[in-house]
Design a binder for this molecule. Structure first.
Ligand SMILES: Cc1cc2nc3c(=O)[nH]c(=O)nc-3n(C[C@H](O)[C@H](O)[C@H](O)COP(=O)(O)OP(=O)(O)OC[C@H]3O[C@@H](n4cnc5c(N)ncnc54)[C@H](O)[C@@H]3O)c2cc1C
Length: 246
């Protein structure tokens, strides 16, 4: 499937909102991602990017991309100009809402917030809560469009300036009240994903209520867990050994 860039907006110093129109109407679940294929130094290169939009807007959709320098995929995506086309080879992902009507808690850091926004956009009530962790105040993106869809948005800064009066530290250390009956969705760097999941389990949240997605270097770890299941002791043993998680 091909999609044409129709609008590009710079949101922060390194975050870009990209609006596309695909050549055909397509289906996806809010929270899932596309896999983009492009040529880099003569080789086919693939990178996954989550939907920021909600499925009802298809064939139009949005991505939110952070630019890394150097960074092959992020530079490719953020250098696109209006009218340029991307090649989408897959739509996939385990991160999607299990029960829209329940209280859902979304725990994210950095661009891990992208699929959360997509899911939040589809919520039918205001029971849910979003946690968003980033380093600096300058990294905070606007949540105006989803403000009416959740009961609370908790922004957690790990490297705040002195005048920051909001929550400080890491998302996993600032879970204000853990509701054992809620569903939890976690997305961000794998270390945060793993630590947050551990914390929720230690507070009595059942594993079946937790859905995770981790990216960057260790996304293989989360893929393995998706594939073989987290309850499986053998998987856990090898995943912990491979990725040195205690
Ligand atoms: C399921 C899934 C969904 C994703 N959705 C999004 C999304 O919605 N928006 C988005 O911006 N990204 C998303 N990503 C991340 C994205 O796929 C790329 O990994 C990211 O754009 C960096 O790729 P790159 O080719 O630019 O970097 P590379 O060329 O692969 O790496 C360049 C350098 O940047 C470093 N680097 C790369 N990524 C990070 C990082 N996140 N933090 C710190 N250092 C880093 C690398 O260690 C390396 O040194 C997602 C990843 C997964 C697995």
């Amino acid at each position: 499937m091909k999609a044409k860039l129709i609008k590009k907006t710079k949101l922060t110093k390194d975050m870009f909102l990209l609006s596309f129109k695909a050549d055909t109407k397509f289906k996806y679940k809010a929270g899932q991602h596309i896999v983009v294929s492009f040529a880099h130094e003569g080789k086919e290169t693939l990178r996954p990017y989550s939907f920021y939009s909600e499925p009802s807007t298809s064939p139009n959709f949005e991505l939110l991309i952070k630019k890394y320098s150097p960074g092959i995929g992020s530079v490719y995506m953020t250098s696109l100009k209006v009218g340029d086309e991307i090649n989408i080879v897959k739509i996939k992902g385990n991160l999607y809402l299990r029960n829209k009507r329940k209280k859902n808690i979304f725990l994210s850091t950095g661009t891990g917030v992208v699929p959360m926004v997509s899911m939040i956009r589809t919520l039918p009530n205001k029971k849910s809560e979003l946690y968003f962790g980033c380093r600096y105040k300058e990294d905070i993106i606007s949540f105006v469009k989803i403000k009416q869809k959740v009961s609370k948005i908790n922004i957690v800064l790990s490297k705040p300036k002195k005048n920051w009066t909001g929550i400080k530290g890491y998302v996993q250390d600032n879970l204000i009240k853990v509701d054992k009956n809620a569903d939890y969705y976690i997305c961000g760097v794998p270390k945060m994903v793993m630590e947050t999941e551990k914390k929720l389990l230690s507070k009595g949240v059942p594993l079946k209520n937790i859905t995770i997605e981790g990216w960057e270097k260790f996304d293989k770890e989360v893929d393995l867990i998706h594939k073989f299941g987290r309850l499986n002791k053998v998987t856990n043993f090898f995943v912990n050994k491979l990725f040195k998680h205690a």
